[in-house]
Design a protein around this ligand. Structure first.
Ligand code: SAH
Ligand code: SF4
Length: 337
């Protein structure tokens, strides 16, 4: 089986070209072909000599996977299904806006974290994606040239596949790669402390934390990982870092009727986030089968939002996009229906 070039850093491409005894500038050329011109075949790398292309083609292909299914929402959102390995599949969601197009990418097949409200969590863990498989989601879509932002909010827990996620961000943000500013990228996590700590040190991308409940005891009811990494400790860690500059932190908060939408919850959030420069994104709960909680009524969401805003925490309600094609937050499960 030939290996993929996609997902390799410039350093790794240089190792490849060195091993094949190709001129050293070839590595940079290859990175430009795959990440900037987004060619799908080595044959298309026309500034490489025929001999170089042949040598490369003996062991490598550009790689990447074409989508196998595409669904379009009435609001313009598009959900792409990509096959992975033999029998698995992942999804990426393209969300158009007035002047932006955001790609919501997956980092794993399924997820280990087992949050009770999440379809991806229901799937269980089926495997990690490689950096190449993450980057392929940017390349093998109809909008590959117009994506302005990326959110790691698709299937999987990015901090549970940290090395590959970090590498994919390196490819997106390097001048030899996509050349993006890290400000165009947001990574969402449930809060796995050891890798979150590394992420805070090693990346400049924006961070989103899935909060969902300010109480250590109550959060545990829906999010088993809370036992190992309590949200209170996640917040303590975050307070050691500076979010007053370019890098932003936001908290995602799904509004559940009667579970986390009372005044005391808002008060606890206000206390907890004191001293941290951040925003809160409220999310409408998207119902999933066999799950007891209901979405909070709109009036309750409005009041909750007002409480946080009045306390000086910038709080917005995230618009649900692509709900009709099961593309909204927490609905991805890598299947057609
Ligand atoms: N594993 C990471 C990245 C996934 S992001 C994380 O959990 O942060 C997906 C976001 O959608 C998370 O904030 C998640 O909590 C939220 N979500 C999960 N299930 C949902 C549902 N049924 N309705 C609304 N949001 C949901
Ligand atoms: Fe995994 Fe995030 Fe879903 Fe929890 S909400 S199960 S961490 S994908």
């Amino acid at each position: 089986m030939k290996k993929w070039l996609l997902g390799k850093s410039l350093l790794e491409l240089r190792e490849i070209t060195d091993n094949l005894k190709l001129p050293s500038f070839t590595a940079k050329q290859i990175s430009q072909w795959i990440y900037q011109k987004k060619v799908l075949e080595i044959e298309q790398m026309t500034n490489l000599s025929k001999a170089s292309r042949d040598a490369l083609s003996e062991h490598y292909i550009v790689g990447g996977t074409k989508w196998s299914d595409l669904q379009k929402s009435s609001d313009g959102t598009k959900k792409y299904l990509f096959p992975v390995d033999e029998n698995e599949a992942i999804e990426a969601v393209m969300i158009p806006d007035d002047e932006r197009a955001t790609l919501c990418v997956s980092s794993q097949i399924g997820c280990k974290m087992g949050c009770k409200f999440c379809m991806t969590g229901r799937l269980g863990f089926r495997g990690n994606l490689s950096a190449g498989e993450i980057i392929s989601q940017f390349i093998n879509i109809e909008e590959s040239d117009s994506i302005s932002n990326a959110v790691y909010m698709g299937m999987g827990e990015p901090m549970d596949n940290y090395e590959q996620v970090l590498k994919s961000i390196e490819i997106l943000t390097s001048d030899w790669g996509f050349g993006w500013s890290p400000k165009r990228i947001t990574v969402s996590t449930i809060g796995i402390i050891p890798t979150l700590k590394r992420f805070l040190e090693e990346s400049k991308a924006h961070l989103a934390i899935s909060l969902h409940n300010p109480s250590d005891e109550i959060r545990r009811e829906m999010m088993p990982l809370q036992k190992a990494y309590p949200i209170s400790e996640v917040i303590e860690l975050l307070k050691d870092y500076d979010f007053t500059g370019q890098r932003r932190i936001s908290f995602e908060y799904i509004m559940f009727d009667g579970w986390n939408d009372a005044k005391r919850d808002a008060d606890a959030i206000i206390r907890m986030l004191r001293g941290l420069e951040c925003r809160v994104n409220l999310i409408r709960f998207h119902r999933i089968p066999d799950f007891e909680l209901n979405p909070s009524p709109d009036a309750v969401i409005d009041l909750f939002k007002k409480r946080l805003n009045d306390a000086g925490i910038v709080t917005t309600l995230r618009a649900s996009r692509g709900e009709d094609i099961l593309a909204a937050c927490g609905m991805l499960r890598g299947s057609k229906k």
